[in-house]
Design a protein around this ligand. Sequence first.
Ligand SMILES: [Zn+2]
Length: 122
Amino acid sequence: MEKIEKAQFRYNGGRGALLCSGCKKIMKTGDEFTEEEIEAIKGYSIIPPVYCLKCQLVNALNAIGKDWAEKTEVRDDIKYKVISFEPPFPQEVMDIVTSKEVKVLGSLSPDGKQGIHVYFPM
Ligand SMILES: [Zn+2]
């Protein structure tokens, strides 16, 4: 049987939450739901999975078979998940990296190659 990909919800103290289908981070809670999401959490309909930006980037990197690394870093008292990868930088990956919601730092890796480090607030 084919597995149906659908958005993941969780009840959080009586309130519904829409989760990232990759890392299970809470993307939205009840007050922010659209009508479609309210129908889906009640089980009346199915909506496609939702991914946070970090998981969108990881999915895009995996889809093209590109190596990447993940670490946790604290900067200015904010905790970040950092996804790092080296060139070449394909367009489908750069579309996510250039989003205003993330901070991007370029640097040289130990072997001298230019890399990109994308910071996602946790
Ligand atoms: Zn995620």
